[in-house]
Design a protein around this ligand. Sequence first.
Ligand code: DOR
Ligand code: ZN
Length: 357
Amino acid sequence: MLKLPGLIDPHVHVREPGQTHKEDWDTVTQAALAGGVTMILAMPNTKPPIFDEATLTLALDAAKQKTRCDYAQFLGAGPDNAEIVASLADKSAGLKMYLDSTFGELRLDDMTLWAPHFINFPKDMPIVLHSESRTMAAGILFAAIYDRPVHIAHVSLKEEILLIKAAKERGIQVTCEVCPHHLFLTSPSPNSEGIGGGQGGGRMEVRPRLATKADVEALWQNMDVIDCFATDHAPHTLAEKDSENPPPGFPGLETLLPLLLTAVDDGRLTVDDIVQKSVINPRKIFRLPEQPETWVEVDETAEYEIKAADQFSRCGWTPFEGWQVKGRVKRVFLRGKVAFEDGKVLAEKGFGQNIRY
Ligand code: DOR
Ligand code: ZN
């Protein structure tokens, strides 16, 4: 039996308010606990997006009723809310800026709209950037000019991880996260069968896109540059993924730890890497409190097949369907209480705490 601290996932799309047919604060925190995750940071691209006091209250009221693990909510950077979000910073996980194409309405193309956020948002909290490739380079330049921390979400490319490494060596305040799907999956070749059980190109849609083998290898080779693992858990229903107009995104909370533990078994990662990147570093980067009497018990020897049918997420599919993994979450303690045991979520609705209050 392996004992780990409760994992922190700094990048989760909860879908509430507005799209609870995909997921809500209840199902997402059940999925988290089943995956050994005891704290989630929720992204703001909901319907409506979380970008002022009223929308933050909307999200947090729902969360308060329903969550089964601990959480905090990100604010979204809009074209004219820099002062408002700065004033709400201490009630939030941080500020998310969408600088590239994504799901939802939050996106800032015009660089003149970036500066007010870089100037106003408290400098002891990072701004999280959805920024890919050259946009990421621009975001790092802004961090240098305005002398403040940025955290790059879901790094997927060789050119990105190498630039982050160089920026860190220069003393620029940049940290980053990588998602399991960018470590374990590559872009499909034109004739491949696809993922998630083999059907349908829509299931492969995710932003950033799955990258080439060379990109994936560069991520593994630069494991020391990666500060955090983050799932970017982005549930969309199977019907939506298999439709004419599939939205991008993968669920990930329940497959994170089994995939990482399988990589440990393969000798590609260490348990210490998991603890550093899924507990210690996210706690430090986002200034999160320790969770007392909180841990995860794992049977490292359990081998099994990943099946969407076993998941708590409402989305009903996984890109890792049928994968053989080694390492099963047996029991999760959250603040002294058994929150998950042998496939059952035992923490009740409302047991989760907003760590910013
Ligand atoms: O694939 C993605 N899905 N990338 C994003 O940036 C957003 C996310 C979502 O919310 O569905
Ligand atoms: Zn995301």
